[in-house]
Design a protein around this ligand. Structure first.
Ligand code: A3D
Length: 317
């Protein structure tokens, strides 16, 4: 049986970590593409030379030629500029739209049957553009944002409660911007509501709400927090891990339920836009969108987030 093949478009910070994670997990053979000559070749040679130490048997190739992505099962796109301190994700739209158009054309021409996971920012707009240019069905073009935003929310909850991250469940919905919707009501530690645990800890409902509000705020600004510290780019380990979780669920048909930037056709009251919602990811890509009822406050936050996505997408020339 042939090995699976994963193409990574963009060999920068996230691209390099993606390649290493694919190798460590033996998800399949990996091709790393970038327009900078030598960069993807050098990174892939470096990772290939660690194979005898880590013990992975996969083929790793760096390239500047789109032809090498032929036959890919999954393509993950990180091509594009990251933000610098003081920039919002939306400030990247003009330059990254041009890059995404050329990338999507390359994928369409060379890997027409692939599932595509977009990471480039501004995420919701870049996924929309990628789907438009490739013309691939909606279930095959998705964006990574929610897995990371949710992971950040989960990490903050775990640290606050002093419990393992493995036992925290929490999710964010909506667009990948400051208006994202962390779902407080469903945040739990093995099913026990986080709000109840916070109230037990602080013996005060008000204090528990205050602590949760701070975690929600930190989640919304978590990308910017890393940017401000790094000064030269944005987060790259956690976005790579997050996209790998999505790719793995598709490649292994695991049917994991992951918050995914998916095209909505009426779900959550939204039509014709890519927005972060819980999806079943399997061999068919987005196999199902799991819809559930939001309460009035959540719906209001979702509406605000969707309005921001609409404005962003509308601003693309
Ligand atoms: P960086 O290290 O700059 O890598 C980007 C790579 O893209 C560079 O190696 C460039 O050479 C390459 N590139 C530029 N133009 C093209 C092109 N036309 N074709 C192919 N490759 C090209 O950035 P990064 O890896 O840190 O981040 C990549 C993107 O992900 C940025 O847009 C970030 O804003 C975004 N990002 C998204 C998230 C999400 O959770 C959605 C998180 C963090 C970063």
């Amino acid at each position: 049986m042939a090995r699976k093949k994963i193409a990574l478009i963009g060999g920068g910070q996230i691209g390099g970590v993606l390649a290493q994670l694919c190798a460590l997990r033996e998800l399949g053979d990996v091709v790393l593409f970038d327009i900078v000559e030598g960069l993807p070749q050098g990174k892939m040679l470096d990772i290939a030379e660690a194979a005898p130490v880590d013990g992975y048997d996969v083929c790793l190739k760096g390239t500047n030629s789109y032809e090498d992505i032929a036959g890919s099962d999954v393509v993950i796109v990180t091509a594009g500029l990251p933000r610098k301190p003081g920039m919002s994700r939306d400030d990247l739209i003009e330059v990254n739209s041009k890059i995404m158009t050329s990338v999507a054309e390359g994928i369409k021409a060379n890997a027409p049957n692939a599932f595509v996971i977009v990471i480039s920012n501004p995420l919701d707009a870049m996924v929309t553009l990628c789907q438009k240019v490739t013309g691939f069905p909606y279930n095959r073009v998705i964006g990574q944002a929610g897995v990371l935003d949710s992971a950040r929310f989960k990490a903050f909850i775990a640290w606050e409660l002093g419990v393992s991250v493995k036992d925290v469940n929490a999710m964010t919905l909506g667009g990948h911007g400051d208006d994202m919707v962390p779902l407080v009501r469903y945040a739990s530690v093995n099913g026990i509501p986080v709000m109840e645990l916070l109230e037990n800890k602080y013996k005060s409902k008000e204090k528990a709400q205050e602590v949760m509000a701070a975690m929600v705020k930190r989640t919304r600004g978590a990308g910017g927090e890393v940017v401000a510290l790094l000064k030269t780019g944005s987060a790259f380990y956690s976005p790579a891990s997050s996209a790998i979780a999505m790719a793995e669920s598709i490649l292994k048909d695991s049917k994991r339920v992951l918050p995914t930037c998916a095209f909505l056709q009426g779900e959550f009251g939204v039509s014709g836009y890519y927005v972060g919602v819980p999806c079943v990811l399997g061999a068919g890509g987005v196999e199902k969108i799991l819809e559930f009822k939001l309460d009035a406050e959540e719906q209001a936050m979702m509406d605000k987030s969707v309005a921001a996505v609409k404005e962003l997408v509308g601003s693309m020339k």
